[in-house]
Design a protein around this ligand. Structure first.
Ligand code: SAM
Length: 272
């Protein structure tokens, strides 16, 4: 399972960060397509807002959009070089605060100050103890009607399947992956599930109000997008759980339409 230490090692300066994370949006046809096609439609109800906290911001792939949708943005990452990169990238912005943390602590955030907390494409590799540490603190950091949107692992919903495939000898595994005969675990945490997220949230007076289970580069729904709030907030409602085994079709469609609509498609045209 990806421990905090393994995350610290993987995302260190020796990782190729030259693309600032943009390469991870390639299937969408670019970061702007992923933001406008996949992310913004899922969180637009909560934006713009007062203060946004982004956990595990990396080199600011999502911060570049979030910064224009709030009065105040707090960026946190456990890697100093990531926060340094964000500081440079957003040097002209006076409403952004930058912090390096230990992978768990939100001590630098004032109580009752966060209107929207966001984390995407990072905490899928976090185990339940990290998720719990963040949720416990968010219970006091969020404003009464504050909302969270977390992308996390649901790999734990398939314990038998993944324990079986990871036990296969490497050459056989390589072959079945090459022919698309089995799902990779994409380094998701094997202990986290959508259900577990809500159980942890409930321990701290938070509640899940929406969960989308998505087949991230797989057939099985190994990831989950969870929207949560404080119990009794204006956003409170029974959790709505949607299984979306067609998520990758959405990704592919944006990838196809990118030649028409992406920022780079217009930039290419401007040059001709
Ligand atoms: C795959 S990158 C994604 C960065 C950014 N969210 C994006 O989508 O471009 C993962 C990032 O999460 C950070 N990270 C991983 N676990 C973390 C944790 N427990 N707390 C804070 N940052 C963490 C890493 O340092 C790294 O910058």
């Amino acid at each position: 399972m990806p421990t905090l230490e393994q995350n610290r090692q993987l995302w260190s300066e020796s990782f190729d960060w030259s693309h600032q994370g943009d390469r991870w949006s390639a299937k969408w046809g670019g970061v702007d397509m992923q933001w406008h096609g996949t992310l913004l439609p899922r969180i637009h109800a909560f934006l713009p807002t007062g203060a946004i906290l982004e956990i595990a911001a990396g080199y600011g792939r999502w911060s570049q959009y979030l910064k224009d949708l709030c009065d105040h943005l707090i960026l946190i990452d456990m890697q100093e070089h990531c926060i340094d990169a964000c500081r440079q990238r957003f040097a002209d912005e006076t409403h952004i605060e930058f912090y390096v943390n230990d992978g768990r602590s939100l001590d630098m955030v004032a109580d009752n100050s966060v209107d929207f907390v966001f984390s995407f494409d990072s905490l899928v590799h976090a185990d339940s103890s990290v998720i719990e540490a963040y949720l416990e603190q968010l219970a006091s950091k969020l404003t009464p009607d504050g909302v969270g949107f977390f992308h996390h692992s649901n790999l734990g919903a398939y314990p038998h399947y993944f324990s079986l495939t990871t036990r296969l000898p490497m050459p056989i595994r390589d072959r079945i992956y090459r022919y698309g005969l089995a799902d990779k675990d994409h380094w998701r945490d094997p202990g986290m599930t959508a259900e577990k997220f809500c159980q942890i949230a409930a321990r701290y007076g938070l509640q899940c109000i929406g969960q989308e289970l998505v087949n991230w580069s797989a057939r099985r729904q190994i990831d989950c997008f969870t929207t949560f709030c404080k119990e009794g907030s204006i956003w409170s409602r029974p959790n709505v759980v949607v299984r979306n085994p067609q998520f990758m079709d959405e990704v592919q469609r944006w990838g196809e339409l990118a030649q028409l609509y992406s920022d780079t498609s217009w930039a290419r045209m401007a040059k001709t």
